[in-house]
Ligand binder design. Structure first.
Ligand code: UDP
Length: 326
């Protein structure tokens, strides 16, 4: 199958491209290299079924061109990260809404299947765990930039379903805190790469708030497995959680990474205000209900946090293809 991956040079996108190629597909990766790295695609550079195109999904004519002849689009290109959300709301809105609209509008006349990568952020600060695909979204006020990413992705999801109602094959995936090789702390500041980078340099590991907040971290290979499975036409018009349902507090994560790296780092607690500005509200706990994804796609995450962190730390230690941390 000929497939377009937007954000194909990114952390998840590059892993997805590799898996698609390994399974015999023809792949075009489109990426503006704002956070993605061409180096992540080096293993595929010479492959006859792989093409890299440097450009943005905001460029409609380029997008139209690269979609020609494709049977599916994995739409991963996004502007994300808490820092971006707080500091660059317009970039977040444009990079998520305008690009997704272009992808859907151009896919529609050709009935190209769209697999849209959304986020568990859309559930916001809902306190009823685990999050089922039909759980309510609980977000703060629009006067807080902090909620613009969740809002933009939710509007993208609405666009996806509006096109699905008109007959476009669309599947929406909600990712839960994905980590693994190629996630760097300079890209969008996920907590796992930040803690590993600090630990390897014996610098303080900064836990925001009191560290009791919990997350379910998903190793990138499991994320890619779920993403690939959603090519199945039986999940057209569905939204699915893609994640791991094992929960860990940020305090526990910090201790684990310090131990696994044998680091001399201290673990310090930093108030949210200092990290993200006054009035920042964190999501206290986040956990996916995977019942639907297991039932429809037979999806089961297989890499636990210890194995996943081990592989991620190894990649960081190898230090070959990632841009040097500041
Ligand atoms: N976090 C932290 N220290 C950091 C970065 C993040 O304690 O240097 C916390 C953050 O406040 C949140 C969790 O780690 O509670 C996960 O943050 P991340 O930015 O990775 O993703 P989020 O779950 O907020 O989307």
């Amino acid at each position: 199958m000929k497939i377009l991956v937007t954000g194909g040079a990114g952390f998840i996108g590059s892993h997805l491209c590799e898996r698609l190629i390994a399974e015999g597909h023809e792949v075009i990766a489109l990426d503006d290299l704002s956070t993605g790295k061409k180096a992540f695609l080096a293993p595929l550079a010479e492959h006859p079924n792989f093409t890299f195109v440097h450009g943005s999904g905001l460029d409609r004519s380029l997008l139209n061109e690269v979609m020609e002849g494709c049977e599916a689009v994995f739409h991963l290109a996004a502007v994300l990260g808490v820092k971006n959300t707080v500091e660059n709301p317009l970039k977040v809105i444009e990079g998520n809404i305008d690009v997704t609209r272009n992808v859907l509008e151009l896919a529609f006349p050709r009935k190209i299947k769209v697999i849209f990568s959304s986020t568990s952020e859309v559930y916001g600060k809902n306190e009823l765990l685990p999050f089922h695909e039909n759980s309510s979204r609980v977000l703060g006020p629009t006067t807080k930039n902090r909620w613009c990413y969740a809002t933009a992705k939710a509007l993208d999801e609405h666009m996806c379903f509006a096109y699905a109602d008109k007959g476009l094959p669309v599947t929406v995936l909600r990712y839960f805190n994905t980590y693994g090789p190629r996630a760097t702390s300079t890209q969008y500041g996920g907590v796992v790469p930040k803690f590993i980078a600090a630990a390897l340099k014996d610098k303080p590991i900064t836990v925001y708030g009191d560290g009791s907040q919990t997350r379910c971290f998903t190793f990138v290979d499991d994320n890619v497995t779920g993403t690939m499975l959603s090519l199945d036409r039986k999940v057209d018009h569905h939204v699915l959680n893609i994640g791991n349902d094992h929960s860990i507090s940020i305090n526990q994560l910090a201790v684990k990474i310090k131990e696994m790296t044998g680091s001399q780092s201290t673990i310090i607690h930093v108030p949210y205000e200092k990290a993200y500005g006054i009035g920042y509200e964190d999501t206290p706990n986040r956990m996916p209900d995977l019942t639907k994804t297991k039932k429809l796609l037979n999806y089961v995450p297989t890499i636990g946090i210890d194995e996943g962190l081990k592989r991620t730390i190894e990649w960081y230690r190898a230090g070959i293809t990632w841009p040097r941390e500041e």
